[in-house]
Write a protein that binds this ligand. Structure first.
Ligand SMILES: [Zn+2]
Length: 121
């Protein structure tokens, strides 16, 4: 079973997201630039999450429901949850790192402006 749904795009009209069920596997492809490079894209994530506001053609809503019903699978769910868990951890680390860099730059800027002792030169 292969289902092709149109996902809204901010650049062109839409991208085609293909849900390909074959040999006990699900392959999900998108023809956007990220998808072409096998990178995660918002089009696939949105449709996998059941975000119908991303459907370019609302008449494809029932087809998305049918796909989502087939994606309700323990193995797929495990992979999806692992992805989101790792993503959440990395984003938290990124936030901590970004805040650390901001604080370091703030402190160093403050020291540069306030004066740093060079009396030993
Ligand atoms: Zn895409």
């Amino acid at each position: 079973m292969k289902v092709i749904l149109k996902s809204k795009s901010s650049f062109s009209h839409y991208y085609n997201v293909t849900f390909d069920f074959y040999d006990g596997k699900i392959r999900i492809l998108c023809d956007c630039p990220h998808g072409d490079w096998k990178r995660v894209c918002k089009h696939r994530l949105a449709l996998i999450a059941g975000d119908k506001s991303m459907l370019y053609d609302r008449r494809e809503s029932d087809q998305l429901d049918a796909v989502l019903a087939r994606l309700k699978n323990p193995e797929f769910d495990l992979v999806l949850r692992a992805y989101y868990q790792k993503l959440a951890i990395l984003e938290k680390q990124k936030k901590t790192r970004d805040e650390g860099i901001k604080e370091l730059n703030y402190d160093f800027g403050f020291r540069l402006a306030e004066g740093i002792s060079i009396s030993q030169s």
